[in-house]
Design a protein around this ligand. Structure first.
Ligand code: ADP
Ligand code: MG
Length: 277
């Protein structure tokens, strides 16, 4: 594997040439409660390109969810700005779909297919009910839930509910799919299965995804690029480009995992360039 660990400001040559889908520029995010202000991220910058599987990796509390909410348009940066296809993000929109960790993100009174159809109709992404239904069936099929289209969420396992949330997000064909630790609450076996399925889906459609995790192994498995954030407040420690999927499961993946661990928990931010041969 030829992995390049570069300083935050340096992009791999293959990504530097095209326009980013998502441009996060020096974004500082904070929460203010009465006279207290809590810094969640500090001057985070990153660019996500078409068909990237971009992973945001950092320990709990480093501001990953807050950053995702800001990209979603739910949280305003106190410094810096976020641009989607060149337009400044100021509010939520159907061009960014979220998949959360919690299993209760579906509408419990709607069936599986109705859950997928609902945002398609509401947003106007599908012009007719028939078009919405066809699109919903197409994506439910991609996540292997065709047989469960008419079931209600409470009849499904956690993994199946997450598949519905993924189908719902993908059916909207957003510019970017935002996934906040979508598999973290699943049992270990289901988690591995869902990771494999997500990669198969990506092979099929090459969608652009920003995937948040605190698991180094998951980051290496899912990402073609990884942004490493320091513990609270989240600052960019390193950007890892050109990750090779074929190596993720082998000894090189394990060595790489150890390197990331050392970088995350080292006192000094790493800005060196290393090559794994
Ligand atoms: P992560 O997703 O990486 O675990 P979060 O984005 O949830 O981190 O949180 C980042 C920091 O912001 C933490 O210190 C957390 O305590 C704080 N925080 C998160 N949500 C709120 C909130 N609603 N009000 C105040 N502080 C918050
Ligand atoms: Mg979080």
């Amino acid at each position: 594997m030829n992995v390049m660990l570069s300083s935050p400001s340096t992009l791999a040559p293959d990504v530097a040439s095209s326009q980013p889908i998502l441009d996060i520029g020096d974004v500082t995010l904070q929460y203010t409660a009465r006279h207290l202000s809590i810094l969640a991220t500090y001057k985070v910058s990153a660019q996500v390109f078409e068909a990237d599987r971009f992973v945001l990796l950092g320990p709990s509390g480093c501001g990953k969810s807050t950053l995702l909410k800001a990209i979603g348009g739910f949280h305003k940066p106190s410094e810096g700005e976020i641009r989607l296809r060149g337009r400044k993000v100021t509010e939520p929109g159907p061009d960014r779909m979220m998949v959360f960790q919690e299993f209760d993100q579906l509408l419990p009174w709607k069936t599986v297919i109705q859950n997928v159809i609902f945002p398609l109709i509401e947003s106007g992404k599908a012009k007719t009910r028939k078009e919405a239904e066809e699109r919903a069936r197409h994506y439910l099929d991609k996540v292997n839930l065709t047989k469960f289209a008419d079931n209600y969420p409470h009849m499904l396992s956690g993994g199946m509910k997450q598949r519905v949330a993924i189908a719902r997000g993908m059916a909207m064909e957003p510019d970017i799919l935002l996934m906040d630790e979508p598999f973290a609450a699943l049992d270990a076996l289901t988690r591995v299965k869902m990771q494999d399925e997500l990669l198969e889906l990506w092979d099929d459609t090459h969608f652009t995804v920003l995937f948040v995790t605190h698991s180094i192994a998951e980051a290496i498995k899912i990402g073609n690029r990884i942004l490493l954030l320091s513990p609270h407040p989240g600052q960019v420690k390193a950007e890892l480009n050109g990750l090779c999927r074929a190596d993720a499961a082998g000894p090189k993946g394990k060595a790489f995992e150890r390197d990331i661990h050392d970088m995350l928990f080292a006192h000094k931010a790493s800005d060196e360039v290393r090559h794994h041969g």
